[in-house]
Unconditional design. Structure first.
Lengths: 334, 331
C-alpha cells in the first residue's frame, strides 16, 4: 500500500560505510527482493527501511512523506525476522495479539484479526501452543501471522527461510508467493542471499554488492540482460560459464558469458574438449567439459545422463545467447 | 530396531552386543561416567556429607568440647526435653523452646528476606544499566565487582569504622546535611544494628546479583527487542512483559544462591555487631553454644536445625517458582 523512495541513502558505522548511496523506488504492491552475497548490505538496507537503524545521509519517503525520523511502529511496517523472534513465554495467540493488545485495541477486533491471519496460514489449530512446541515451519508461519495481524503498509522479510530445511523452504516459498497474491496491495520487501528465492518470488530484484546497487529489474531482465559480470554470475543456477582469453577475443570480448542451457553438443562446434565430470539430476544432467579454460564449461542437457566420462565432445554456444563483456566487466552492446 | 531398555537389556539375548562378553556401548559409557564422577563424589562425601552426618550425630549426644569422643547418646534431648517434676509441673527444655534460638531464627529470616529482596531489585537495575551499550562499559563492569571482591572481614571492619558513632564518616555526613541531630551508634544500638548489617550486606552483594542477572539478560535475543520496537511497545512494558519473563529462570537461580548464602550469614554479623541480640543469627548462636559456652551437642542441634530450615526454604522456593534447574524446558 506504500510507495517507497530512497534518495541517495547512505549508512555508516563510524568510519565504515555499509550503504554507499542508494537510489531506489519500490512501487505500491510490489514484491521487491534484495539479493547479494554476505556482507553486501542487503539486511542493513532492510533495517534502514524498517527504521530499526537510522540512515546517515539521504532521504527515505513512504508515499511521498519523509520518514527519516519516524519510529518503526509509526511507519506502518511489519517485519519477519530470520530467527522468527517469537516471544518464547507467550502462546501463539498472544504472540500474534501482543502488539494490538498493548495498543489497547478493541478485543473483538484483535480476536477477529488473529483468527483471520491464523486461518490464512493454516495455523488456527496451534493458537494455544507455545513456540517451543512448534516445528521450524510452524514457527515461521506464526512469525508471518504476527506480521499480518499488524495490517501493515509494507511487509519486510529478513531471510525468512534460511533456518528451514530444503523441502520446507520450497513449500514456504510457495506460501509467501500466495500471500503476496492474496494481499496484492501490500508492498513486500524480501532479503535473501539465495538467488533461486529471488527469481521465484520477486516482481523485481535489486542486486547489491559492497553497499551499492548493481542492477534492478525483473527476474527475466536480470537473467537475460545482466549489466555486469557480477550480476550475470550471481543470477542463475548453475552459474553462467565465463570464458576469457583467445576464445573470448575471437568473439570480440574480454570475457564471454554463456549459460549452461545455451550450449549444444555438436561435433563440429568451435569448442572441443573432454567430459571430466557429470551430474545427473534425473530430469536433466550437467556435463563439465574441459575445453582448455581455467574452469570446465558446464553444459545442461535434458533427460538422463548418456555421455560417459572421458568422451571427447564438440560444443557450440548459441550465438544469440552469448554475453560479451568488455574490460570494464560491462556488457558490449551490439 | 526396538528400543532396548538399559535395565532389562542384559537379561535379554542382546543383539546389540557384537562380541559375547564385551559390555555394550551404553554400559561402557556409564562406567566411564562413573569414573569421571568418582573424584568429585569422594571429595563431596569428605567435605560435605561426612561433616553433616557427624553434626547430626553429635546433636543426639551430650558431647562437650572437652569430651567429644566419649559422648553418650541421649536421643532428641538437645532439641526438646520434657521433664515432669515431683510437684506435678512439666518443664520443657532444649533448642526448640529456647527463646534465644527463636530470636536468632527470626533475625536470620528477616535479614535474608530483606537483604535478598533489595539485592535483587538493585542488582536488576545495575544489570539493566550494564546491559546497555555505552563507552567504558567494560571498565564499569569490572569496577562494580569490587565490593564483592573485598573479603567480608575487611569490608565489615571498613564499614565498622565508617559507621562508628564517634568518628565515623556516615554520622558526620548526616549531621552536616542536617538529617540527624545527634550521632547514632549504628552498630551498637539495638534499633540500628540490623540496619547496619543490611546496608553492608546489600552494598557487598548487589554486584554479585547484578552479574548473575546480567548473564541472563545477555541470553535474551536482540530480535525480541526489535520485534517489540516494530510493534511500538513502550520500553517499560517490554521490560515487564518480555524481558522479565525471559530472565525469570536466571533470576530464580540467583535468588536461590543468595538465599542459601544469606540464611547462613556469619562473618559479617560476627565482625560488625558482635554479641548484639538484635542481629545474632542462627550460625552465630550455634557457634556461640558450641565454642563459647561449651555446649557442643546443643550447638550441633542448632546447626542441624539450620540445615533443615535452609533445605525447607529452598525446596519451597523451587516448588513455588517451578524453577527449571536442569534447563530442559528453556531453549
Amino acid at each position: 500500500m506504500a510507495k517507497i523512495e530512497l534518495n541517495n541513502v547512505t549508512k555508516s558505522y563510524g568510519a565504515v560505510d555499509v550503504i554507499k548511496g542508494i537510489d531506489l523506488t519500490i512501487e505500491k504492491g510490489e514484491f521487491m527482493v534484495f539479493v547479494g552475497p554476505s556482507g553486501c548490505g542487503k539486511s542493513t538496507l532492510l533495517r534502514l527501511i524498517s527504521g530499526l537503524e537510522e540512515i546517515t545521509t539521504g532521504d527515505m519517503m513512504f508515499d511521498g512523506q519523509r520518514v527519516n525520523n519516524v519510529v518503526p511502529s509509526e511507519r506502518g511496517i511489519a517485519m519477519v525476522f530470520q530467527s522468527y523472534a517469537l516471544y518464547p513465554h507467550m502462546k501463539v495467540y498472544d504472540n500474534m495479539a501482543f502488539g494490538m493488545k498493548l495498543a489497547k485495541s478493541d478485543k473483538g477486533e484483535i480476536d477477529r484479526r488473529v483468527r483471520n491471519a491464523a486461518k490464512m496460514l493454516q495455523i488456527d489449530h496451534l493458537l494455544d501452543r507455545l513456540p517451543r512446541q512448534l516445528s521450524g515451519g510452524q514457527r515461521q508461519r506464526v512469525a508471518i501471522g504476527r506480521a499480518i495481524v499488524r495490517d501493515p503498509r509494507v511487509f519486510l522479510f529478513d531471510e525468512p527461510l534460511s533456518n528451514l530445511d530444503a523441502a520446507l523452504r520450497v513449500q514456504t516459498r510457495l506460501e509467501i508467493a500466495k500471500l503476496h497474491h492474496d494481499m496484492n496491495d501490500v508492498t513486500m520487501i524480501y532479503v535473501t542471499h539465495d538467488q533461486v528465492e529471488a527469481m521465484t518470488l520477486a516482481d523485481r530484484i535489486a542486486v547489491l554488492r559492497d553497499g551499492k546497487l548493481m542492477q534492478v529489474g525483473t527476474p527475466a531482465e536480470l537473467y537475460d540482460n545482466p549489466n555486469s559480470i557480477f550480476v550475470a554470475g550471481f543470477i542463475g543456477s548453475p552459474k553462467m560459464n565465463f570464458i576469457t582469453g583467445e576464445k573470448a577475443q575471437a568473439e570480440g570480448a574480454t570475457t564471454l558469458g554463456i549459460r549452461a542451457e545455451h550450449i549444444d553438443l555438436d561435433e563440429g562446434g568451435p569448442w572441443q574438449g573432454e567430459v571430466v565430470h557429470a551430474e545427473d539430476l534425473g530430469s536433466d544432467h550437467y556435463l563439465f567439459v574441459d575445453i582448455g579454460t581455467d574452469e570446465p564449461v558446464i553444459v545442461r542437457r535434458s533427460g538422463k545422463l548418456n555421455v560417459p566420462l572421458g568422451t571427447r565432445v564438440g560444443l557450440r554456444p548459441r550465438p544469440q545467447d552469448l554475453h560479451r563483456f568488455g574490460p570494464d566487466e560491462k556488457p558490449i552492446r551490439r | 530396531m526396538p528400543d532396548i531398555n538399559p535395565n532389562t537389556a542384559p537379561a535379554l539375548a542382546t543383539p546389540a552386543e557384537p562380541h559375547k562378553g564385551s559390555p555394550s556401548l551404553q554400559r561402557q559409557r556409564q562406567r566411564a561416567a562413573f569414573w569421571f564422577l568418582a573424584p568429585m563424589l569422594i571429595a563431596l562425601f569428605c567435605v560435605a556429607a561426612w561433616p553433616l552426618m557427624r553434626t547430626i550425630y553429635f546433636s543426639l549426644t551430650d558431647a562437650t568440647l572437652s569430651n567429644l569422643y566419649d559422648a553418650k547418646f541421649i536421643g532428641f534431648q538437645n532439641y526438646l526435653q520434657v521433664r515432669e517434676l515431683s510437684s506435678g509441673r512439666t518443664i520443657y527444655r532444649g533448642t526448640l523452646v529456647d527463646p534465644d534460638w527463636w530470636n536468632a531464627v527470626w533475625n536470620t529470616v528477616r535479614f535474608s528476606v530483606v537483604s535478598v529482596a533489595f539485592e535483587t531489585v538493585f542488582g536488576l537495575i545495575v544489570a539493566l544499566v550494564l546491559n546497555a551499550e555505552f563507552k567504558g562499559r567494560g571498565f564499569v563492569r569490572a569496577a562494580i565487582l569490587i565490593p564483592w571482591a573485598i573479603p567480608t572481614i575487611v569490608s565489615a571492619k571498613m564499614w565498622g569504622w565508617m559507621l562508628n558513632d564517634q568518628f565515623g564518616i556516615l554520622n558526620d555526613i548526616l549531621l552536616n546535611l542536617g538529617l540527624i541531630s545527634q550521632r547514632i551508634a549504628w552498630t551498637a544500638s539495638t534499633e540500628t544494628a540490623m540496619k547496619a548489617v543490611l546496608i553492608v550486606d546489600i552494598w557487598k552483594t548487589t554486584p554479585f546479583m547484578a552479574l548473575l542477572i546480567l548473564a541472563g539478560l545477555q541470553m535474551v535475543p536482540r530480535d525480541m527487542y526489535e520485534a517489540a520496537k516494530i510493534d511500538g511497545i513502550h520500553p517499560v512494558k517490554v521490560f515487564f512483559k518480555v524481558t522479565l519473563p525471559l530472565i525469570r529462570p536466571a533470576l530464580m537461580v540467583a535468588v536461590i544462591f543468595r538465599m542459601l548464602d544469606a540464611l547462613r550469614i556469619f562473618d559479617l554479623v560476627y565482625v560488625l555487631t558482635p554479641n548484639s541480640s538484635a542481629t545474632k543469627t542462627m550460625s552465630v548462636i550455634s557457634r556461640e553454644n558450641m565454642i563459647d559456652f561449651d555446649k557442643f551437642a546443643y550447638g550441633a542441634a542448632q546447626s542441624t536445625l539450620l540445615f533443615g530450615i535452609i533445605a525447607v526454604f529452598v525446596a519451597a522456593y523451587i516448588w513455588i517458582g517451578k524453577v527449571d534447574l536442569s534447563g530442559e524446558k528453556s531453549r
